[in-house]
Design a protein around this ligand. Structure first.
Ligand code: SAM
Length: 310
C-alpha cells in the first residue's frame, strides 16, 4: 500500500509539470526526450570505467534504433561466468531478488486476477525478461508457473542461463535467446508481462527502449522496470559505497549520468503508452543485510505500468 500512496504523490509531482509544459510548446515532451538521451546532467567526476576487454559476442543491430551500448555489454560479458556465484559481482541482485519478486508477484497477481498465495500464480501467462543476464529472475518466474522467454544481448549470458536452467525440470522450459527487445518487436512478439530489471541504465536509448517494451506488451498487459534514481544519495551509495568502499560491484559498473529519476521514467513510459500505476523503492538494512520494499525511491526503485488501450 505504501507503493500506492507513493505513486499518488509522484503523480501530483509530475502532473503539474506536464500541465505547465503543455503551455509552452517549445518544452513539450518530444523536446525533453533527446535531453534524456544525451544524459548531460552533471559535471560531477565520473568513476573510471572498467578495463577494456575484447568486444563481446552480442546480437547485431538492425535498422531499428538499437538499444545496444557496446561499452556496457563489454562489462557484462567480462563477468558472465559469475552469474550464479551468490557471493560474486551479482551478489546484490541475488540478495534483492526475493524483494523484487514480492513486488512482481503482488502487482501482477492483482492485475491478472491471480491468487498470490498459490504456488504457481502465473500459470497460463506469457512473460519476457528483457536483459535477463544469467536468469536470476527468469528462473523464479518460471517456477511460479509463467511461460518465460529470457533475452539478453550478451551471448555468454544466454549460454550460462541455459546451462543453469537445464539443471531443474521446472526451469528447463525457459526459452532463452540472445537478442534485444527491438528485434522481438520486429518479430511481432507480444507478452502478458514485459519485465526488465536493472537494464535501462545500461541501454543506449532509454526512451526508444521503453517504446520497444511497450510494443512487446500485449493489450491489457503489464510492464515492470527497475532501475536506480539519478540522485545524490544514489551516487553516494550505489556507486561510491557499492563499487569503491564495499566492492559489491566492479568499479565502473554504473554511470551516474545514465540513471533516470522516477519522474523521467514515468514520463518516457507515458510517451510509450505505458501508464505507471505503482512504484516502490528498495531499501537496504546494513544490520540485517536484507532489502525491503519501501516508499523511499531515492536510490533503487521499481515501477509497474499497464499498456494504454490504442
Ligand atoms: C544489471 S544486469 C541485470 C540482469 C537481470 N535483469 C537481473 O536483474 O537479474 C543487466 C543485463 O542487461 C543486459 N543488457 C544490457 N543492454 C541490453 C540490451 N540493449 N538488450 C538486451 N540486454 C541488454 C546485460 O547484458 C546484462 O545481462
Amino acid at each position: 500500500m505504501a507503493s500506492k500512496l507513493l505513486f499518488t504523490r509522484l503523480q501530483t509531482l509530475t502532473r503539474p509539470s506536464l500541465k505547465v509544459l503543455s503551455q509552452f510548446p517549445q518544452f513539450i515532451l518530444p523536446k525533453i526526450s533527446p535531453e534524456i538521451h544525451t544524459r548531460q546532467y552533471s559535471d560531477l567526476p565520473q568513476p573510471p570505467s572498467v578495463d577494456a576487454v575484447a568486444a563481446p559476442s552480442v546480437v547485431s543491430s538492425s535498422n531499428v534504433k538499437s538499444s545496444l551500448n557496446e561499452n556496457e555489454l563489454r562489462k557484462f560479458s567480462a563477468i558472465a561466468e559469475t552469474w550464479w556465484d551468490a557471493d560474486g559481482p551479482f551478489k546484490p541482485l541475488h540478495v534483492m531478488n526475493p524483494t523484487r519478486l514480492a513486488f512482481i508477484r503482488s502487482t501482477l497477481c492483482r492485475h491478472f486476477g491471480k491468487d498470490p498465495n498459490c504456488t504457481r500464480p502465473f500459470e497460463g501467462l506469457k512473460f519476457v525478461d528483457v536483459g535477463c543476464g544469467g536468469g536470476i529472475l527468469s528462473e523464479p518466474l518460471a517456477r511460479m508457473g509463467a511461460t518465460v522467454t529470457g533475452v539478453d544481448a550478451v551471448e555468454k549470458n544466454i549460454k550460462i542461463a541455459r546451462l543453469h536452467a537445464d539443471l531443474d525440470s521446472l526451469t528447463s522450459s525457459i526459452d532463452y535467446r540472445c537478442t534485444t527487445a527491438e528485434k522481438l518487436v520486429e518479430e511481432q512478439m507480444q507478452y502478458d508481462a514485459v519485465i526488465s530489471l536493472e537494464v535501462i541504465e545500461h541501454v543506449a536509448e532509454p526512451a526508444e527502449f521503453c517504446k520497444s517494451l511497450s510494443a512487446l506488451t500485449s493489450s491489457g498487459g503489464a510492464t515492470i522496470i527497475s532501475t536506480i534514481n539519478r540522485s545524490m544519495r544514489a551516487y553516494a551509495t550505489a556507486i561510491v559505497v557499492a563499487e569503491y568502499v564495499l566492492h559489491w560491484l566492479p568499479r565502473g559498473t554504473h554511470q551516474w549520468s545514465s540513471f533516470l529519476t522516477p519522474e523521467e521514467l514515468v514520463l518516457i513510459l507515458q510517451r510509450a503508452s505505458i501508464s505507471v500505476q505503482e512504484m516502490a523503492g528498495f531499501v537496504y538494512d546494513p544490520l540485517t543485510g536484507h532489502w525491503s520494499l519501501s516508499d523511499d525511491i531515492s536510490v533503487n526503485f521499481i515501477a509497474f505500468g499497464t499498456k494504454n488501450s490504442e
